[in-house]
Ligand binder design. Structure first.
Ligand SMILES: N[C@@H](CCC(=O)N[C@@H](CS)C(=O)NCC(=O)O)C(=O)O
Length: 235
């Protein structure tokens, strides 16, 4: 654990995940645990800036996840999941283009970062920055409520489907957990989104998820940060 990769000498198929506890890099750990593929984690438990520095040494973007496979270093968690599945999963955890579930799968695989995470985080930042009692401008008002909007679409998708990718658990679910947990942690009520709550509980019970959390958060859950208003999305 926590080895730095010497990219000049590592053979393809030897994976390193640059990680920060409870962040998007957990997706990559989870996928590799589901697939039973070995990996090395590079991070400094409890040291956010130390972990970012390790990521910066691996990729100029200096964010996590960075994924290295031999000499290859790539960023973007969705692209990393696609890369791993395309090269190493033999079809596991993806949905073939010929399946009736393919449109759902491909939409949610990309929605997770493209719309869900980005709108939830923007909503949170706008609410955090808006002084109390201030009337938001038109453009700010248009973007407030993004968390509820994307969560409502996700909730509706799960009314007739156990998983985001349709009938079976897939990489689309691995991608969607991060933004949905974020929305709940910032105040969206599970009672208002019962299908998401049911799905979150089910997928987080998976043994591979449990192993990913144990590996990625060896000191247990991060302490809560009192400076973050965790109820910003409450009605
Ligand atoms: N869309 C990217 C987002 C990556 C991202 O923003 N990662 C965060 C942690 S979850 C990060 O590294 N933040 C540190 C920074 O940007 O300085 C992905 O899905 O990989």
């Amino acid at each position: 654990m926590n080895n730095k990769t010497n990219s000049a000498t590592v053979a393809p198929g030897q994976f390193t995940i640059y990680h920060i506890e409870e962040r998007r890099s957990e997706r990559v750990i989870w996928l590799l645990e589901e697939l039973g593929l070995p990996y090395t984690l590079s991070f400094k438990p409890g040291d956010l800036m130390g972990s970012i520095q390790l990521a910066r040494d691996a990729h100029q973007m200096a964010m996590v996840p960075v994924f290295t496979d031999g000499d290859i270093a790539i960023v973007e968690s969705g692209a990393i999941l696609d890369y791993i599945m395309a090269r190493y999963s033999n079809g596991q955890l993806s949905v073939p283009a010929s399946s009736v579930d393919f449109p759902k799968y491909i939409q949610w695989l990309h929605f997770a970062e493209g719309s869900a995470a980005s709108r939830i985080i923007l909503d949170f930042l706008l609410r955090s920055a808006l002084p109390e009692g201030t009337e938001p401008s038109f453009i700010v008002a248009r973007n407030l409520g993004g968390a509820r909007r994307v969560s409502t679409v996700a909730e509706n998708a799960l009314t007739d489907s156990p998983y985001f990718g349709g009938a079976a658990f897939s990489a689309a679910d691995i991608m969607m957990v991060f933004p949905m947990k974020l929305a709940f942690s910032w105040g969206l009520e599970a009672s208002e989104f019962p299908h998401i709550a049911r799905w979150l509980e089910a997928v987080q019970k998976r043994p591979a998820y449990q192993r990913a959390v144990a590996a990625g958060s060896p000191n247990g859950p991060l302490p809560s940060q009192p400076q973050i208003n965790r109820k910003l999305f409450a009605k």
